[in-house]
Ligand binder design. Sequence first.
Ligand code: UGA
Length: 362
Amino acid sequence: MSVHHKNGRSLCLLGCGGFIGSHLVERLLQTTDYHLIGIDISSAKIQPFLEHERFEFSCLDVHESGLVSNAIARADTVVSLVALCNPAQYNSIPLKVIDIDYIRSLQVVQMCARMDKRLIQFSSCEVYGKTLSSFLPPDSPLRDDPAYYLLKEDESPLLLGPVNAQRWSYAASKQLLERSVYAYGFEQNLDYTIIRPFNFIGPRMDYIPGIDGDGTPRVLACFMDALLNGKPLKLVDGGQNRRCFTFIDDAIDAIVRILERPRECRGQIFNIGNPQNEVSIAQLAGRMIEIYQQITADKGDIVVEDVSGVDFYGSGYQDSDRRVPDISKAQKLLDWCPQIDLAAALRKTVDYYVRAYGREEH
Ligand code: UGA
């Protein structure tokens, strides 16, 4: 059944108050006529949009399944963004990670199947785990062969470590969630699309510890915390792992296209990332220091130090060595190609953090 609000189509956004959710709300209010039914446990990142006439926000936990079910019933399409997604949580609170990222999220999938709603499920590039190339000898020329490192939605294996390496509690939860979504599509005709984000960055990402959150955020915010507060930038195991950082505006372009192309996207999994923006974490530290010094005219010494993964994250730490997305499916079905290169993405992001958290403003 299609639910029509007086202003047009209706969308339920679960987890609308997070980094991705806040940007999606902003864009959808600016450029579409959707009526948005948003749910999150926090509204700090969406304050400017709360009064908008097409945005209806409820401060709720996904545990409150009765209330979430009512919101889903009133929408045409559901976008499920709820997740615990910081690696520091995977070893330290794995039960909560499994609860939120699999058990509670599965309940949303079941509600969508039962109520015949279109579901856009956010997953993660983390489901790929390690690359095939990481199993080759260090000097093997095949390590540079895309057949061994390029990640393809419908072909690449999903390679996780053993159970005692709790790092993979999140990846395993997301993988089983994807498999459940797929099975609901297969057995009960659920209309779904799965999105695998590749290291989105931009304004409002994560938090600065001690200011608007606690614990260890993802690498971008860790490095900004170090830069803003005169602490060393820490390179886990030498910062040799590589990531493709994707600017949030490019990512939101892809997500809106997925929303607008239900027929082409039905039953599809999409890598959403920028394969041109690959860097090692050590290189990322260097680029961020350079940009930070340009923006702030800070000429002081900035220290970078090595730390072991186990010292930084605790036991049970392992990591993905490399994550380069094949985006040919998104290019073809969405007519989408990321536009923002790494230099511009980092500059916009660092600039935001300096303005939002810099000493002058406090
Ligand atoms: C995380 C999540 O696990 C994924 O769910 C999510 O999709 C992904 O971020 C994302 O942002 O898309 P990961 O890339 O491993 O995955 O997370 P980060 O915390 O950003 O770490 C990136 C790399 O930097 C890791 O190798 C980590 O060990 C390293 N790191 C992190 C440092 O060297 N120093 C730090 O201070 C923090």
